[in-house]
Design a protein around this ligand. Structure first.
Ligand SMILES: [Fe+2]
Length: 186
């Protein structure tokens, strides 16, 4: 349990730093709900809960510390280094690192483990709780106009929906995805 708390604290501290690429906002709006969903799925599906929780906290650390581009690669490197420092076993570091490397559905890779798929699903599910943040990313960070943002958010949410493989996740998110389509499709 201690390792999870130390990793959570590390992520919180990095989000608080002035060097955080996205400020502190993502800690509450993305990391916290994402880890909650990931943990629930891991428990329900009999996955390795510790690996899933650690990977959940660290999956976007590359985005925070380095930037969005290739954040699955930078994040896996940062995570491995940090976990090594904390004396976490090498074989388990590799499992966490793979979850982070494979968490971007847009860069699909094969033969995911259950833990890897849970990270992808929890990441997608948590986006549906943060549609304001997704709009902000399009309008503010990517500097799109309103029409471009509408299309971009609709596409993003559709991609997130398409990444879901577990019936449990689909059931939970279906009403929200249908609402997104009603509101954003023309
Ligand atoms: Fe994420």
């Amino acid at each position: 349990m201690e390792i999870i708390e130390r990793i959570r604290q590390f992520v919180e501290d990095e989000c608080r730093k002035s060097t955080s690429k996205y400020g502190f906002g993502p800690y509450d709006s993305h990391f916290v709900p994402m880890v909650k969903y990931a943990k629930n799925l891991a428990v329900e599906m009999g996955a390795d809960v510790e690996i899933v929780e650690i990977a959940g906290w660290l999956h976007d650390i590359g985005s925070i510390m380095v930037g969005r581009e290739d954040h699955h690669v930078t994040g896996a490197e940062i995570a491995s280094k940090k976990l090594k420092e904390l004396g976490y076993p090498e074989d388990r570091i590799a499992l966490v690192s793979d979850c982070i490397l494979h968490h971007r559905g847009s860069q699909k890779m094969e033969s995911e483990t259950l833990e890897e798929q849970i990270i992808i699903e929890a990441d997608s599910i948590s986006c549906f709780d943060n549609i304001v943040g997704i709009f902000r990313a399009a309008l503010v960070n990517e500097k799109k106009n309103e029409e471009e943002a509408r299309i971009s958010v609709l596409n993003k949410m559709t991609n997130k929906w398409n990444q879901l493989r577990f019936e449990k996740s689909k059931e939970r998110i279906r009403p929200k995805y249908e609402a997104v389509r009603i509101l954003l499709e023309r």
